[in-house]
Design a protein around this ligand. Structure first.
Ligand SMILES: CC(C)(COP(=O)(O)OP(=O)(O)OC[C@H]1O[C@@H](n2cnc3c(N)ncnc32)[C@H](O)[C@@H]1OP(=O)(O)O)[C@@H](O)C(=O)NCCC(=O)NCCS
Length: 178
């Protein structure tokens, strides 16, 4: 697949079927939200794209189809953003999410006007930590036994990136704003 086919653009309501497919693609998507039907996918996208929502959702697009999402949920009072992402199963493991997350983190700090980004990932999800570090996030701590998953208490590693932190080296994805 040529690289030009990959880009970032704003999430749209028309992405709902691709969002539904992504949630069905891997059981680990269940923790990203309650999307099991077309109607729930439509409501999920509607919440994110609503003009008064605090979310800044960017679709990762390949060959005109959504394959992933990077979103910054903005806390305007503190100029902070909660940073989160997911990739449909078939598109994982190619470094595309690392590039997408690094691109959106730069945008959020340089253009969206935020001072701090933060995220957390379960310690049994190391791929998410790889993506975060490649996007310039620094590990700040561990929330011990934060979640109860299938009867097991799991730690969550927390990460932050400040506007003043060093920029990571990465291969950015184009951001299409039309
Ligand atoms: C987390 C997620 C977005 C990563 O997507 P991805 O497409 O695999 O990401 P990338 O390919 O850009 O990078 C992942 C890196 O982690 C590495 N990785 C994967 N599993 C790993 C493991 N068990 N241990 C260490 N590294 C691992 C990969 O090898 C890859 O590094 P590489 O490019 O050097 O090979 C994807 O797995 C996902 O959507 N998971 C479900 C939702 C989720 O957990 N979101 C994050 C919530 S905090």
């Amino acid at each position: 697949m040529p690289d030009e086919a990959l880009f970032l653009r704003r999430l749209r309501q028309a992405d709902a079927p691709a969002v539904h497919q992504a949630f069905a693609s891997n059981p680990d998507m269940a923790r990203q939200g309650g999307v099991t039907t077309a109607e729930e996918a439509s409501a999920y996208v509607a919440r994110l794209v609503s003009p008064d929502s605090p979310h800044e959702p960017w679709a990762v697009v390949e060959s005109d189809a959504l394959i992933g999402l990077v979103c910054v949920t903005v806390d305007e009072d503190n100029r902070n953003g909660w940073f989160w992402y997911w990739m449909t199963d078939r598109a994982r493991g190619r470094g595309v999410m690392s590039r997408a997350a690094a691109t959106i983190a730069e945008w959020a700090l340089a253009e969206r006007g935020l001072d701090r980004l933060e995220l957390g990932h379960r310690v049994n999800n190391p791929a998410s930590g790889v993506v975060a570090r490649r996007a310039g996030f620094v590990k700040e701590g561990t929330q011990r036994q934060k979640f109860l998953v299938d009867g097991e208490r799991l730690d969550v590693d927390t990460y932050g990136r400040l506007k003043t932190d060093p920029h990571p080296a990465f291969d950015p994805l184009p951001m299409v704003t039309r």
